[in-house]
Design a binder for this molecule. Structure first.
Ligand code: 6PG
Length: 241
């Protein structure tokens, strides 16, 4: 497998600036009323990217449908909620209709929430049971253990090839998460990883260069979609060139 496309930026702020520019470019494809679909990531790196994105003109948010790559099993107003983070840093700051916001319901039974989400994906994308929804863009992060979304090392969701979203038991966190599965991530037209911090350098090399024990993030290879890793200097310190 070839080295995945990546760009190393001097620092996390520059990474977030560039990520906001790239995401805005995709969302501006709402020109002439075309709907655009995006899956957001949780974590800390997207926070400032969201804030920057909220300030970019020329995006017709009435045509943007927002989903999540994963969610914690907490209520939407909980400190750990990925929805809450996105609402505070982005959604409350733009004119997006509430019906365009497709939240994973972390407050209910996770299996039920995952099943509901799969149904909502199929309804919004208009896909039948054998077709995988194709997001226009999926934003992902990566943990120091190489997880992405809530596809953690050693968890059952890693091998899911039929369902679009699952409840994934994560023993290392003693929790259950709701997550999109690899088939959905790999069907996307565009996947953008935002990775910052020296603790990500090892897994980033393994994922991007496919070197040694490839972590879950290294199994995101959208075909025929575009993949781009944006890393700050610390996270990209072990990459070639
Ligand atoms: C989550 C995210 C998770 C995140 C990584 C990186 O729900 O926490 O989906 O996959 O992207 O843990 O997080 P940072 O951006 O904080 O490094």
């Amino acid at each position: 497998m070839d080295t995945a496309p990546f760009r190393t930026l001097p620092d996390v702020a520059t990474l977030q600036d560039e990520a906001a520019r790239i995401v805005a470019g995709t969302l501006k494809q709402t020109a002439d009323g075309q709907r655009v679909t995006i899956a957001l990531s949780g974590g800390s790196t997207p926070v400032r990217m969201h804030e920057l994105l909220a300030g970019i003109d020329g995006i017709d948010w009435s045509q943007v449908h927002v989903f999540w790559g994963d969610e914690r099993t907490v209520p939407p107003d909980h400190d750990e909620s990925n929805f809450r983070m996105a609402r505070e840093t982005l959604l409350d700051r733009v004119e997006i209709p509430s019906q365009n916001i497709h939240r994973m319901r972390g407050e209910i039974d996770p299996e039920q929430a995952a099943n509901e989400y799969e149904q909502e994906l199929r309804e919004v994308f208009g896909t039948g049971r054998t077709e995988v929804p194709r997001f226009d863009i999926v934003v992902l992060g990566m943990g120091a253990d190489g997880h992405t979304a809530s596809l953690f090392p050693g968890t059952s969701a890693l091998t899911e090839r039929d369902r679009l979203a699952v409840a994934n038991e994560v023993p290392q966190l003693d929790t259950v998460r709701i997550t999109l599965t690899f088939p959905v991530l790999n069907a996307a037209r565009q996947v953008l990883f935002l990775v910052a911090g020296a603790d990500k350098a090892d897994p980033a090399r393994q994922a991007i260069v496919q070197d040694g024990d490839v972590p879950p993030a290294g199994f995101v290879h959208p075909e025929p979609g575009q993949l781009l890793w944006l890393l700050d200097a610390a996270a990209g310190s072990q990459l070639p060139g």
